[in-house]
Ligand binder design. Sequence first.
Ligand SMILES: Nc1ncnc2c1ncn2[C@@H]1O[C@H](COP(=O)(O)OP(=O)(O)OP(=O)(O)O)[C@@H](O)[C@H]1O
Ligand SMILES: [Mg+2]
Length: 355
Amino acid sequence: MPELASPPRAAPALAIEGLSYAYPTAIAPRRLLPPDGGVKVDRALRGVSLTLGAGEFALLAGRSASGKSTLLRAACGLAPHFHGGEIEGSVHVAGLDAIASGPGDLAAVVGYVAQDPETQVVSTTVAAEIELPLEMRGEPAASRARAVEEVALALAIPHLLDRTVDTLSGGELQRVALAAALVTRPKLVLLDEPTSQLDPVAGDELIWLLRRLNEEWGVTILLAEHRLERCLAAADRVVAMDAGSIAFNGPPRDFQAWAQQADAALETPAARLFSLAGIEPLPVGVRDARDILRGRGVLFFAPPSRGEKQARRRKTQHATGTPDPVLTPRLPKHGTCGSSSARRTPHEMRCGEST
Ligand SMILES: Nc1ncnc2c1ncn2[C@@H]1O[C@H](COP(=O)(O)OP(=O)(O)OP(=O)(O)O)[C@@H](O)[C@H]1O
Ligand SMILES: [Mg+2]
């Protein structure tokens, strides 16, 4: 019987092998080198190997100057194609050799959003900016218009399409840069500290928007961030850099345990609090922290949802035949405070009262 050919395996979204890179300014002129060779190059990346599968959402962590931005630049070909410098090793994006290929070919498979999107924007209007990568690829006008509309809807920015880019806020510009990176439907999107210019609410919204696009479009995401507490819960994997090398590569929960031992600067505030209190495992987000505390029976104040409030009200009315008290579950047991109000039953406590 003839052997069945196995289906071709999709190339990883990103495959980096033994990558070392030095910016041109870090390379000392050879005539200045000591005769014994000495240390001639201060490499921003040193022997980095990393593979990201299709559809992964990876968070790139690390202290300042650890090489996060440089790794993103190497993954989209900016290093060395734009920055110059010396590069060793290999970088493939969806099977395409990022060192040998030109920026045009790379733009079809990888999108990049720089930390400061103002430096990336070249067009006058938002629609023209988002359309530009498709125009450069020679796409017909009708399909360009459709693609721009789709990506603008996905990022909730159709109302910005006719605006000029110089009238946008930092957060709006961030979304426009993201739309331009996504409009070609690349396999991989790289984002350099996308929440750094956003307030906490807008920052959270952007991270969960990225997670939704990652799930719905299957796009692989590699996102460099300092505010890890914001992104850990959305990530499948954390890659932590130290002095140009990968120091950790694994799931978010393992990262928290690793950071606790290896680099306290990377610990999230919640993880630090948990480890001080001796509670394990360390949480990867607020919801996770709440679940862990609930699981341990630790009293934890979380505003009840509307459904919980209604259920509680019905239960109290049923048990006592009286209207619902407001703070019942939070009060100490009857008599423990010694004050007049605490001597009453807890369900007599009402909003605005003090003990
Ligand atoms: N354009 C550049 N030219 C020369 N050296 C650079 C350039 N960009 C970064 N470097 C150097 O490369 C090293 C890694 O910097 P990189 O910007 O990749 O770190 P990072 O982890 O992104 O830091 P941060 O968290 O502060 O953004 C640093 O020593 C930095 O000084
Ligand atoms: Mg950086």
